[in-house]
Ligand binder design. Structure first.
Ligand SMILES: Nc1ncnc2c1ncn2[C@@H]1O[C@H](COP(=O)(O)OP(=O)(O)OP(=O)(O)O)[C@@H](O)[C@H]1O
Length: 241
């Protein structure tokens, strides 16, 4: 079942068009990848979906319902969480206070209930809840950033480069976590440069190049046909032939 449908998304920063005519979709209970070289438009696509940058055009559907006019706060209430690039935890705040930001706007009792669920799931986070988030390793911070996104009980998580700056072991641990969060039907739209992680987690992916969708489909096919390497090498399919 399709959770997210994006039709013809265009975002410009002044005269510069960052993404043009992006159409893609993501399915319930799966991790869908967005791949592409630096500057291809991956982050802008996520921010455009989440209403954090102004769209010049584009329709956003959530479970078939048109949410194009929703601002970011309304999208969060509708079940779309963003886990941003570089994790964006507040390093001086405690881990618990960072987590609580994910359940902002809910009553204290509901926030406590959600925190308890998070601590049950991540035992080490419970033990370290009173520590400043900045004291954690990169991998631990990524886990807390994902846990914070989950505090909003999303049906869709927009996840921007969770592997960035992490050791190979930490990347695998993030992969383990992402495998578990789709089990209850949650969808993940994953921006990643780490092709290994995308191959591990995603059945389907979209490849962006120069702000447009260059290819989309089963990850195995995208790798086999060279669509992924083309995107990273800035090569067009025609120039390879
Ligand atoms: N706030 C902004 N103002 C002006 N231009 C921007 C802004 N944000 C992004 N861009 C430009 O839009 C294009 C797409 O950037 P974007 O960050 O979406 O790419 P990306 O694929 O996520 O790259 P990376 O992997 O390096 O994060 C780039 O040319 C970038 O310079």
């Amino acid at each position: 079942m399709t959770v997210l449908t994006v039709e013809n998304l265009t975002v410009a920063f002044g005269p510069a068009v960052a993404v043009r005519g992006i159409s893609l979709h993501a399915e319930r209970g799966t991790v869908t990848g967005i791949l592409g070289a630096n500057g291809a438009g991956k982050t802008t696509t996520l921010l455009g979906i989440h209403g954090r940058v102004r769209r010049s055009s584009g329709r956003i559907l959530l479970d078939g319902q048109d949410v194009t006019g929703h601002d970011t706060a309304a999208l969060v209430r509708a079940g779309v969480a963003l886990c941003p690039e570089n994790r964006r935890l507040f390093p001086a705040m405690t881990i618990e206070d960072n987590l609580l930001l994910g359940a902002d706007g809910h009553g204290r009792r509901e926030q406590r209930r959600r925190l308890a669920g998070t601590y049950e799931r991540f035992g080490w986070v419970a033990e370290r809840r009173a520590e400043p988030a900045g004291r954690l390793s990169g991998g631990q911070q990524q886990t807390v950033a994902i846990a914070r996104a989950l505090m909003s009980r999303p049906r869709l998580v927009l996840l921007d480069e969770p592997s960035s700056g992490l050791s190979p072991v930490a990347v695998e641990e993030v992969g383990d976590l992402l495998e578990t969060i789709t089990l209850d039907g949650t969808a993940v739209l994953l921006v990643e440069q780490n092709v290994h992680l995308v191959r591990r987690l995603c059945r389907t992916a979209w490849v962006l190049a120069h702000g447009e969708v260059a290819a989309g489909g089963p990850v195995a096919d995208l790798v086999r046909t060279g669509a992924v390497s083309d995107a990273y090498l800035g090569r067009s399919a025609a120039s390879r032939e």
